[in-house]
Every structure is written in structure tokens, then in C-alpha cells.
Design a protein. Structure first.
Length: 276
């Protein structure tokens, strides 16, 4: 009986092994979401390795594959950021604006607006040649301050705006000096008044007031020159420009030739991804 039991167990074991060899493991097809997650992970990995072009392409693929899922908005934003990180600013602006239009309730909308502003800001090379990026960046940063005043983006926007306003004032002063050098007094007055009225918190306002004194005096408007000098003296009495203005009213005064100053450079700093 014992021998029969051993034989029976051996037969059962063989049968079991035979079934295991013949049976194929059933593997289910991945869902669209699983595929999308895999592609998203691939894109993030590419971005971390520095291949922003490939990453942007893969993020767009995720959005196309799962347009109604939570991954679509993430992928859309990350695709735009990948383009920003590789300095493809025009494409990045288009992608961020598309993200804002397609996902208006998304929590990262302020971030998208901020990076649009940064795209313009990063394109500021020379305010004398092209004002468009400067003015666009100014407009976008002001919008951030108005719409998202309590965010970290607003804090940096204030800093960037100060630099942008300095650049705009520098441009006006540069043009004013040119007009003075060529003795075009009325255009020079117009530019100087812009600095005094619009950019009165910049480092250029003192010089602008002094130049107003010079120009008014040169064209015979002594009263206006005196008023400009009084404003300069009241607000900046210890300024070297006030001392120079005081000398204008000396009969022996001879105006010096205008020398162009070196332009102020902008601080160029990129903001890294929130998704790192």
C-alpha cells in the first residue's frame, strides 16, 4: 500500500510539472494611462539628463495620448518648460499661452504667466536696438503683480521690474544726450521730461534734472531752468548733479560736451523648474 501511494504521488507530480510547462503566462496589455505614465517618466528622465528637445516632444506625446486625463495638463506645462530650458523662447511662449487657454483652472497658471514673462526677459540683449522684449517683459511682470500679488512669483517680478525700469530710463537718457550733443533742444527736453515724470525712482533722475537745467538755460528759459534746479536741490542737495546745476547760472559757465556713459547690464538669472 505504501508503494502504491508513492507511485500515485509521483504520477501527480509529473502531471503537475507537465501542466506548468505547457501553460503560458497570461500578460495583460498595458492601459493607455500606463503607457502615458511610462512616456511621461521617460520625458522627465530626458529633461534631467539635459535633452530638453526630446523631453518636450515626449511630453506633447503624453498630452495627445491622454487629452482628458490629469496627465494632459502636467505634460502640456512641462513641454513648455522644456522649450524654455533650451532657450526656445518663442515656442515656449506659444506653449505656455496654449496651456493657459486649455487649462484655465489649473493651479500652475501663475507659474505659466511668470515663465512667459521670463521668456521675454531672457531675450533682453540691448535696449538701444530692440525695445519689444523689454516692454513685453514689463507688461507681463506688472500683470503678475496685479493678479498674483502674494506669490513668490510676484516677489521676483518686483525685482525684475526695477531692472527693466532702469533700462528704460537708461534708453531715454541715452537719446536725450544724443539730442543735446546735436543741439536738438526740444526733442532733448521731451526725453528728459519722460525720465523725470515716469522714471523718477531710478538713478537717472538726478542727471535728467540737471540736463533740464542745462537745456532750459541754453534756450533762454531761465525761470524753467531755475525751477528744475530747485527741484534737484530740494531732493538731491548732496548730489554732484546739483553742484553742476548751480554752476550753470554762473556767467562764466560753459557747457561741456556730452559723453555717452556705459550702459547698465541686466542681471540674467534663470528660474529652475518647480518639478525638479
Amino acid at each position: 500500500m505504501y508503494k502504491s501511494l508513492v507511485i500515485l504521488l509521483f504520477v501527480l507530480l509529473l502531471t503537475s510539472c507537465s501542466k506548468n510547462k505547457n501553460e503560458k503566462e497570461i500578460v495583460s496589455e498595458p492601459t493607455e494611462e500606463e503607457i502615458a505614465i511610462g512616456i511621461y517618466a521617460e520625458a522627465v528622465d530626458a529633461l534631467k539628463k539635459g535633452d530638453a528637445y526630446f523631453a518636450s516632444k515626449k511630453f506633447r506625446e503624453v498630452e495627445s495620448l491622454m487629452p482628458q486625463s490629469k496627465w494632459a495638463a502636467k505634460a502640456s506645462l512641462m513641454s513648455a518648460y522644456a522649450d524654455y530650458s533650451r532657450n526656445a523662447y518663442s515656442k515656449s511662449i506659444f506653449s505656455f499661452e496654449r496651456f493657459i487657454n486649455n487649462y484655465p483652472a489649473n493651479e500652475n497658471i501663475p507659474y505659466a504667466h511668470y515663465l512667459i514673462a521670463m521668456c521675454y526677459y531672457e531675450q533682453i540683449l540691448d535696449e538701444k536696438k530692440d525695445l519689444e522684449p523689454l516692454l513685453k517683459a514689463k507688461e507681463k511682470f506688472e500683470s503678475i503683480l496685479q493678479n498674483y500679488p502674494d506669490t513668490d512669483f510676484a516677489t521676483d517680478a518686483r525685482f525684475k521690474l526695477d531692472l527693466i525700469i532702469d533700462q528704460l530710463a537708461a534708453k531715454e537718457m541715452s537719446i536725450a544726450r544724443f539730442y543735446m550733443k546735436t543741439e536738438k533742444w526740444i526733442p532733448a527736453l521731451n526725453r528728459l521730461q519722460i525720465v523725470v515724470e515716469k522714471y523718477d525712482r531710478t538713478v537717472f533722475v538726478e542727471e535728467a534734472l540737471h540736463r533740464l537745467v542745462e537745456v532750459y538755460y541754453r534756450i533762454g528759459l531761465v525761470e524753467e531752468a531755475t525751477q528744475a534746479a530747485a527741484i534737484l536741490g530740494y531732493n538731491y542737495q548732496s548730489s554732484q548733479w546739483y553742484e553742476k546745476s548751480y554752476k550753470v547760472f554762473n556767467k562764466k559757465y560753459k557747457p561741456k560736451k556730452i559723453k555717452e556713459k556705459k550702459k547698465f547690464g541686466l542681471v540674467r538669472r534663470k528660474i529652475k523648474s518647480l518639478f525638479e
